[in-house]
Design a binder for this molecule. Structure first.
Ligand code: GLA
Length: 391
């Protein structure tokens, strides 16, 4: 990890901790995490970075280069959100709030935040910032917090402090990914399994394309989709007399086919997406094991269709980006990734075609929508790294 010079310029001393917290892309398994299903994300080589040193008073002084803003948080006394909930500073306050509540008493600190992870693009910059802050502040304070607990903490801060409804996928992917692999997460048991992607060996690359439509979970119908899934489950319990159904994870396609006509059509479609998407995740893992990338690509395309038609979380811009990518010579698969309603697409592209893909897609998208898309070639990378610097 490169050292940071501007920490010294800003705070007049050397940092003692350097942290690198990645963003994430989800290969497949969308809107399944809060239905206790399966997801297959991986961390990417775009990061939020933090440099920090402890202070002897009970104060946090945190500067964000991107926001060009410094905040102070007094660690003694009430810590609550201030102003716009989604503001980066509330993520920092949220971490101090959570640690204090958990008796992981945080020490005062100077912290500098910078990085190259696009914000608001559906690459989990919020979860990345939270995981980076938890990693940094716990290391400074001498606490060892297991990655799964950090991830649950980051989710709790999002849900309860900044009031953004999210599942657990992003935080776990950021905390636990390994280089070169995707992370299969069973969101019920929380069991994880590293699934090697072997992209280089097969001359393949992952391209993420940012649609230029910012995505804000708190503002999007994401929470409504969560409620619709609950309603769909509730109705299925009544219809099937099966009270053991705990989540849409427990619903089979056979059950849906048999009883689906008794559900409101919208609730039927939401359930069908979750049931088929869970199957697609497991099929993707098995296709990856066989190095069958044609199948992986087809499953990605099917996932997009399901998100568009059944779960209805895409929009005309995302559909256009996906359509252009699927029409592009050689592309194996393309789909929207993340919560939807904007953000990014994920594309499986032959490395030999990268130049034409990254040139053609933004150009055609601009011709058809007048919006500027940005393509990033991303590498499946390791998760959160916190490094203690020796003097
Ligand atoms: C957002 C949430 C995740 C997950 C995805 C949809 O990224 O933060 O928890 O629900 O949407 O798969």
């Amino acid at each position: 990890m490169a050292n940071d010079i501007s920490f010294k310029e800003r705070f007049g001393r050397e940092p003692t901790i350097l942290t690198r917290s990645p963003g994430r892309v989800n290969l497949i398994g969308e809107h399944t995490d809060y239905n206790m299903g399966f997801v297959l994300p991986f961390a990417i080589d775009k990061y939020i970075k933090l440099a920090a040193a402890p202070r002897s008073d009970r104060k946090l002084r945190i500067h964000s280069e991107r926001a060009d803003e410094t905040i102070e948080v007094k660690l003694d006394g009430h810590i609550g959100p201030l102003g716009e909930l989604s503001n980066w500073a509330n993520h920092a306050r949220g971490v101090a709030w959570w640690m204090s509540q958990q008796q992981y008493t945080p020490v005062g600190a100077d912290i500098l935040i910078w990085g190259d992870l696009p914000v608001g693009a559906g690459l989990s910059s919020s979860a990345s910032l939270l995981m980076g802050l938890i990693g940094t502040m716990s290391a400074l304070s001498g606490w060892t917090i297991p990655r799964a607990e950090m991830a649950r903490a980051a989710q709790k801060i999002e849900n309860d402090f900044v009031e953004a409804p999210t599942g657990i996928m992003d935080q776990i992917a950021i905390g636990m990914s390994e280089p070169g692999s995707a992370l299969l997460l069973d969101c019920r048991s929380m069991a994880t399994h590293h699934v090697p992607l072997n992209l280089d060996a097969h001359g393949l690359s992952i391209v993420v394309v940012n649609s230029g439509i910012a995505r804000d979970l708190a503002e999007s119908p994401y929470a409504r989709r969560q409620k619709e899934c609950e309603a769909s489950l509730g109705a299925l319990k009544v219809i099937t007399y099966d009270l053991s159904l705990q989540s849409l994870r427990d619903v089979s396609m056979e059950m849906l086919t048999r009883h689906g006509s008794k559900l409101y059509p919208t609730l039927y479609k939401r359930a069908r997406h979750v049931v088929t998407e869970n199957e697609r995740v497991l099929q993707t893992v098995s296709a990856l094991g066989d190095s069958d990338f044609e199948t992986v690509g087809r499953l990605m395309n099917d996932s997009h269709d399901s998100l568009k038609n059944d779960f209805e979380v895409s929009n005309a811009f995302m559909d256009k980006l996906v359509e252009l990518a699927q029409d592009e010579e050689g592309t194996l698969g393309a789909r929207m990734t993340g919560g939807g309603f904007g953000g990014c697409t994920v594309n499986l592209v032959p490395t030999a075609n990268l130049r034409s893909f990254t040139r053609n897609i933004p150009r055609r998208y601009a011709e058809e929508t007048s919006l500027h898309a940005r393509a990033y070639i991303v590498k499946p990378s390791g998760g959160l790294e916190v490094e203690a610097l020796t003097a």
